[in-house]
Design a protein around this ligand. Structure first.
Ligand code: ATP
Length: 327
């Protein structure tokens, strides 16, 4: 009864939650009726400021804590009920890897592998070497983990998650605390894993990072999901800023105002502004008409267009808030 058919979207999604809710004992509503669908094969960014409920959601998905209400499916199977059969197909890196500092990178992986009752000891050395190679730590395999940089430690944690082939990787803030080089390494690795067909679900409070690496994203604030979709769809939700280059900025500003453009900023030859929102009875402003009006008014236009809308624009448009991008 609980097994979805091949036609059921739940069978296709790598992660699916319906009404998933967590209220902690102290009364804190950390996750509120979450309906999340992570398509198989996606790199899915789970985005939200600190405290928005991302870790709580991930801990429920992995069966580490019980939801207060609602349900969660991982690779089509109900959690936490199917944990024993599903979790071996899922690699996870949650709240930093638990490493033995006085063991080498390689020996750390040997210990992780030995803790897995399904792992054949006869092929352990080959598995460990392949995982080290996968994350680019072969050269550093004999160094003690305490001598690793934070980025190398994260990669070692990923290697531990990759000792077995995985259909889904769940990474909680995998670049938290890393320097730009470490962040790039993790991003590259995530892309490579996705190219191999692994679904990657990663949480982050960095919009920029999600835009660079993810195909899909969901945005959380205060325990609630405010939007989910492909990154392209989310960014398209806001139109971006109008930008004009002209030697006649004063006249351009006048024409733009007449056409309902707001928040106009003129800096030497560059004039930018917010296009009026479409909707209601007003027809959307056609950029071709606006350009023609500028030319009719004698404004000499060197360049005319909209700046690419970013996920951050979409986020601000959705919530009316800025985003914590400081890290
Ligand atoms: N064990 C707990 N008991 C009570 N409240 C908790 C517990 N864990 C988290 N919370 C609260 O639940 C809310 C969501 O926290 P959560 O850690 O899930 O958010 P997050 O988006 O992962 O943030 P961060 O990036 O800071 O980890 C916060 O208000 C937090 O204080």
């Amino acid at each position: 009864m609980d097994q979805p058919s091949a036609e059921d979207p739940a069978a296709r999604a790598a992660v699916e939650t319906r009404g998933l809710t967590k209220r902690y004992r102290g009364g804190q509503l950390a996750v509120d009726s979450l309906d999340l669908t992570v398509p198989r094969g996606s790199v899915f960014g789970f985005l939200g400021p600190n405290g928005s409920g991302k870790t709580t959601t991930i801990r429920m998905l992995m069966g580490l804590i019980e939801p207060t209400a609602g349900r969660a499916r991982l690779l089509g199977a109900p959690m936490p009920r199917a944990a024993r059969s599903v979790l071996p197909r899922v690699g996870a890196l949650i709240e930093g890897p638990a490493l033995y500092p006085f063991l080498t990178g390689r020996d750390n992986l040997v210990r992780f592998d030995a803790a897995d009752p399904t792992a054949d000891p006869g092929t352990r050395a080959a598995r460990v070497s392949a995982a080290l190679e996968r994350v680019g730590l072969t050269a550093a395999a004999r160094k003690k983990a305490r001598a690793y940089s934070l980025g190398m430690k994260q990669r070692l944690g990923l290697a531990a998650a990759l000792l077995q082939p995985r259909e889904l990787l769940v990474l909680d803030e995998p670049t938290n605390g890393l320097d730009p080089q470490g962040m790039r390494e993790i991003r590259t690795l995530v892309r490579e894993l996705a190219d191999d067909g692994t679904t990657v679900f990663l949480s982050s409070h960095l919009l920029d990072e999600i835009e660079q690496v993810c195909t899909h994203a969901a945005v959380m604030t205060q325990g609630r999901l405010i939007v989910q979709g492909t990154v392209a769809e989310l960014a398209a939700g806001s139109r971006g800023r109008l930008s004009i280059t002209t030697p006649d900025p004063a006249e351009a500003v006048r024409v733009l105002k007449e056409h309902g453009v707001t928040d106009i900023v003129a800096l030497e030859e560059r004039v930018t502004g917010e296009l009026p929102a479409s909707g209601g009875s007003a027809p959307p402003l056609d950029l071709a008409d606006l350009n023609a009006a500028l030319v009719r008014a004698g404004v000499r236009v060197r360049a005319f267009g909209t700046e690419r809308a970013s996920l951050e624009d979409a986020f601000v448009a959705l919530t009316g808030e800025g985003f914590d991008v400081a890290g």
